[in-house]
Design a protein around this ligand. Structure first.
Ligand code: ADE
Ligand code: ZN
Length: 318
């Protein structure tokens, strides 16, 4: 049995169509019928349509109890897949769009993490994220919210959203604020844009990990830079195929990055949107990248070593 750990999953993007419909009903909201396919999966085709569907699904998470339930449900699923540690990225911007303040969103997630640890012996932690296409001003609001109310379960700061919007340097004030408050950072790059996007992120932001980063393979100098700067890549192969970054697993650069000496890990990103799960990602690595169980265990160890958890939590898990 391979124990698993996950560093890159968007909490709002973990809610299944079933749970989203349940929350919509509980909050007496109606959702556009074209959010779902007839087989009860999310309906989208392009990356920007995916982001729109993600926003709509998130709009039903309206109360601390909703956030608690989404968190608990996801950690329960992970525990059932032999996962011992998960970092979820939460989005106060999505909470705000649903009418909820930062503290209420955080309280709900913390409750979900505590309940899941009690019931399933899984450890969850939070990376609070800003959304790149919402712009630098919002990112600074989020950074101030985090640093103004530090919580031991909030272990990092990050940024998702449309990688082609704005420049990383625009977000330096938000990242520097969190970094100086002692929070390690990650950023999405090298997913929907090429190696220059990863270089720019490393040039301007104090990050220890890159979300995706797979297109770094196109620049050997960048691959060497990732190794030299000890950057961990949060690789999500199922997401990359679903979003069309690569046409198939045979062309996915996971093995090339690993063999070149990059620190690679495995995650599911937005599981119900991409028809995946952490266990499917490990399955993909076994089936398509021919990783042995020992190599999969090494991936889990890399995830735990490079998680943003405090040293005491890491010592317990490693
Ligand atoms: N937000 C949720 N999923 C994302 C992804 N795959 N890339 C960028 N932003 C995201
Ligand atoms: Zn992501």
């Amino acid at each position: 049995m391979v124990l698993k750990a996950e560093l890159h999953t968007h909490l709002e993007g973990t809610a299944s169509p079933e749970l989203v419909k349940h929350l919509a009903h509980r909050n007496t909201m109606s959702l556009p019928t074209d959010l779902f396919n007839t087989d009860d999966t999310y309906k989208w085709t392009t990356f920007l349509e995916f982001l729109k569907a993600y926003d709509l699904a998130s709009s039903v998470i309206k109360t601390p109890e909703d956030y608690r339930d989404v968190t608990y449900d996801y950690l329960k699923q992970c525990a059932q897949q032999n996962t011992i540690y998960v970092e979820v990225m939460s989005s106060p911007d999505h909470a705000a769009m649903a009418g909820m303040g930062y503290q209420d969103h955080l309280d709900g997630i913390v409750q979900g993490i505590e309940d899941a640890q009690r019931d399933f012996d899984i450890i969850g932690r939070i990376i609070v994220t800003c959304v790149r296409h919402l712009g630098p001003e919002r990112s600074l609001v989020v950074a101030k919210q985090i640093t103004g109310a530090l919580h031991p379960f909030v272990v990092g700061f990050g940024m998702g959203g449309d990688e082609n919007a704005h420049h990383p340097s625009d977000f330096a004030p938000a990242f520097n604020l969190c970094h100086e408050a002692g929070l390690p950072c990650n950023v999405h790059a090298g997913e929907m844009a090429g190696p220059e996007s990863v270089h720019a992120a490393l040039d301007h932001l104090p990050v220890k990990r890159i979300g995706h980063g797979v297109r770094s393979i196109e620049d050997s100098n960048l691959v060497q830079r990732l190794i030299d700067q000890n950057i961990t890549l949060e690789v999500c192969p199922g997401s990359n195929i679903a979003l069309g970054v690569y046409p198939n697993f045979a062309e996915h650069p996971f093995l090339k990055l690993k063999d070149a000496g990059c620190k690679v890990t495995l995650s599911s990103d937005d599981p119900p949107f991409f028809n995946t799960s952490i266990s499917r990602e490990y399955g993909i690595a076994s089936e398509h990248f021919a990783l042995s169980d020992d190599e999969l265990i090494d991936i889990t160890r890399t995830s735990l070593e490079n998680s943003f958890a405090d040293q005491k939590t890491k010592d317990k898990l490693l």
